[in-house]
Ligand binder design. Structure first.
Ligand SMILES: [Zn+2]
Length: 283
């Protein structure tokens, strides 16, 4: 379901809601730099529990421990799985705004051949490296570092506000990232045969408030200025439950969204800087 579908539904059922979708929602997407947003009602999620030690942070120091075999001499490892359908919100960042943001930060050294969406997408795809979830991205890959950090930081703020505003439990919402497509998914971890519709309500009624809170509350950390000057992300501002982040809260920074003065005195511009704004979104 898209915002256009919400408009269609409002036309048929309750036309007093039309301005909310046509004006308020669109303005909220524009100011947060989102190209569009979809609600998906039937995302299949499979849960596979497995034990691991966690006294070390590094992946190669961890011991994985599965359930014991079903028969004494059976070499196979049993994995117990459960698949349920759940609801999800798909967020996609605005391609042109991302390009403006990269340009503003001096990360585009050779311009794309043309300005159409396919060429710009290809430009990004060709420069994004594969990211190891157990390592920080190094400065040798500045475009990957910036885009990945941006999409990941954006979704962490969205998820944190979903917990605060919509009453989801801290571990009951999770995320999935498609950095090359400048997209991420927020889904509720549903273990029952029905969805309670929390994300649907957010999408239908309070999306604009949610996005405003992401921008307003996301900038502040009680550990500033230390947090912003050093790691740029901590438990107080950006981290989420490690069960909900497949990248273990690595590669996050508030500067990707809000900007900051770098230690060398250079200005790093955030994605929400007005200079990156596009005039309208193609929906
Ligand atoms: Zn912080």
């Amino acid at each position: 379901m898209t915002i256009k579908d919400l408009e269609q539904k409002a036309r048929q059922e309750n036309s007093s809601r039309l301005p909310l979708y046509q004006e308020t929602y669109r303005q909220a997407l524009l100011s947060t730099g989102l190209a569009d947003l979809h609600l998906i009602g039937d995302v299949p999620v499979t849960t596979v529990p497995i034990g691991c030690t966690r006294n070390q942070r590094e992946a190669d120091e961890t011991v994985i421990r599965a359930f014991p075999g079903l028969q004494p001499k059976d070499p196979r490892t049993p994995l117990y799985t459960e698949t349920t359908e759940t609801e999800a919100l798909l967020f996609r960042l605005d391609l042109r705004r991302v390009m403006r943001w990269l340009r503003l930060n001096g990360l585009i050294t050779e311009e794309p051949a043309a300005d159409d969406e396919a060429t710009l997408h290809a430009w990004i795809l060709n420069r994004m490296k594969t990211v190891n979830p157990f390592r920080e991205i190094t400065r040798d890959h500045p475009v990957t570092q910036a885009i990945f950090g941006l999409v990941l930081s954006f979704r962490h703020l969205v998820l944190r506000q979903a917990v605060i505003l919509s009453g989801f439990d801290r571990t009951s919402v999770s995320e999935y990232l498609f950095p090359r497509a400048l997209s991420f998914v927020l889904y509720s971890k549903n273990r029952t045969a029905f969805t309670i519709g929390g994300l649907y309500t957010l999408f239908e009624q309070t999306l604009h408030e949610h996005l405003r809170a992401v921008m307003n509350a996301g900038e502040i950390c009680i550990d500033d200025p230390v947090c912003l000057e050093e790691t740029g992300a901590c438990h107080a501002c950006m981290h989420i439950s490690e069960m909900s982040c497949e990248y273990f809260n690595r590669n996050l920074h508030r500067k990707y969204l809000f900007g900051r003065l770098e230690p060398d005195g250079r200005e790093y511009s955030g994605y929400w800087d007005q200079r990156c704004a596009v005039e309208q979104i193609a929906m």
